[in-house]
Structures are given as structure tokens and as C-alpha cells.
Ligand binder design. Sequence first.
Ligand code: OGA
Ligand code: MN
Length: 211
Amino acid sequence: MMRAMHISLEHPMLAAVVDDLATHGWSQQALFVPGELVRALATECRRRDAEGQLNPAGVGRGVAQEVREAIRGDQIEWIDPGQAEACDRYLDVMDQLRLAINQGLFLGLEDFECHFALYPPGAFYRRHLDRFRDDDRRMVSAVLYLNENWQPQDGGQLRMFLADDVVHDVQPVAGTLVIFLSGEVPHEVLPAGRERLSLTGWFRRRGSDLF
Ligand code: OGA
Ligand code: MN
């Protein structure tokens, strides 16, 4: 069995993400994880899809959650440790990133939750923020794309609405990681012309126990 990857907190890519987050509130990194891990994650996502484990994503949280395809049309499944080696390796990398962000930004991030997402052709996700009205634990959003040979004409871009009316589109290309402050960057997923795979996750701080 392959050992978990070890990325030191001083790794230049982690440092770059932390620096970008601190100065602009977002960051984009090509080749964030090795191609071989990206392919293993894509294979795991397709395997779950083939076994019927992906389910239509909901909007909202808890009992208020509902499926609304006019808002989002992706299919998801949450990842837990111990399910697949590729997922565990990714969770290890993201834990290093969590520690690096805490060191640089003092956000007090406690955990990372993430799910596979599969957008069938034509699916999209309307403009939104990643924070729920009744739950502000999500601090930083992180999306890793798993799509080999993605072309701009395939659509499916992540469109981010940044400060000063700047709009930035991210191509969902295999190995690209995009990361942003969950409560501050509205974004949408444009309709994808072909199947679009990603691993979408959130670093969370501890919740207050008031709810
Ligand atoms: C989300 C989301 C963006 C993407 O799942 O909340 O905005 O590019 N995903 O998949
Ligand atoms: Mn989102």
C-alpha cells in the first residue's frame, strides 16, 4: 500500500494559497495534486456513480434541504476517511492545507468536509454563497477538478464574482484547485456540455452549540 503523501507546511504551493487567501480572498492552483492521484479520484467518482451511490444534491441544510434542479443539477456523495486510498490521500493533503491556513490566517479551521460532484451534461449551479443562513461554520471553500482534456467550449466554468465587479472564470481542468472565502465570494457553475467531475469541500470552524 502506498504511504500518504507528505507535504510540509512550508511547501511553496501551500504558502502561495495562504498568501492569496490573505490578500485577495481566493486562489487558483494548477497541478495542485499529482496527475496520478487526480486520475485515481476520477476513477473512484465514476465507480460510485456506476454503483448508484451519487444522489441529487440538495439546496439548504438539514430538514429544510430540498432538491431543486432549477438551482443546481449535480449529483453528489460525501467522502469519509477509510473508504478509498485515493480519497484518504486527498484528505491528508487538505489537512496540511488546513494547518497552513490556520498558521497564516488564524481562522481556527477545525475540519474539512467534502463530496464528489458529478454534473451531467446540461447541469449547472446558479449563483450562490457557500454559507447557510443558519450555519456559519463554513469558512473556506475548496474545489478540485477531475476532468482530463477539458476545453473552454465544454462550458462548465466556475464563475466567481470578485471585488470591484471583476468576474473570473475557472476552467474545471484536472488537477486545478480553486479555493475562496465561503462567505465572501458569490459564484456559479455554468452549464457543462459534457460530464463534469469535481471534489468540492469546505474547511469549517467550530460551531456554536446554540442551534
Ligand atoms: C458548490 C460549488 C463549484 C464547482 O458545490 O457549492 O459551488 O466549480 N461548486 O463545482
Ligand atoms: Mn458553491
